[in-house]
Design a protein around this ligand. Sequence first.
Ligand code: COA
Length: 204
Amino acid sequence: MRGRGPAPPPGPDPFADGLPPLDGDRVRLRAPRPADAADVLAVFGDAGHLRYWSHGPLADLDAARAYVDGIGAGWRERRLFQWAVTEPPDDRLVGTVTLVDWDREHRRAEVGFILHPAYAGRGLATDAVRTALRFAVGAMDLHRVEADVDPENAASLRLLERLGFRREGVLRERWFTFGTWKDSVVLGLLAADLAGGADAGGAG
Ligand SMILES: CC(C)(COP(=O)(O)OP(=O)(O)OC[C@H]1O[C@@H](n2cnc3c(N)ncnc32)[C@H](O)[C@@H]1OP(=O)(O)O)[C@@H](O)C(=O)NCCC(=O)NCCS
């Protein structure tokens, strides 16, 4: 086991101006806001859609508002970068893409993503994740990005492998969700693996 003592003090904050909006080929990523709560509920409110997620569905609009507040709190601690996925010119939230557990010393984080089912199957999630990864290996200067996926989540595994992730192993019974233990497939992407390379900054 590697040491897990107190972390060294972080260096200067490169993101003091806020979570930067990012433009993909077809999506725009922006900071979630309180007015997104109803759309957040539409994305995170269905148990079937969340069957491979790390928690159960949001119960109601109040839970969705609290969820949006939690995104802001995670951002203030620089623990959670979670963007709303939008499809311009529409500014409506249709999913989210996340970088979490940012380790500045070892230059790694974990990626997560979800899209409203009505927007699936067109490559929007792939574009959103690729855009976040370019930011991760560009502006955040990450060396490695990890993903933790249910072995039965074929769409998610396809998406990640399309972007250059490699399967690195299986962790047994890592999550207790929906009353049952679920394994994790752990995937990793090194900065050099990302097709098309990095994007140094935000979209302004
Ligand atoms: C994971 C999830 C975001 C994937 O959604 P998706 O619709 O498969 O992903 P995309 O929007 O990138 O669309 C990819 C599909 O569009 C097709 N496609 C069409 N045009 C495309 C393009 N320009 N680029 C990429 N794919 C394109 C692909 O062939 C692919 O179809 P396939 O699944 O038959 O291979 C979605 O299933 C989801 O929200 N699941 C619930 C949450 C979840 O489990 N998240 C992952 C946790 S690890």
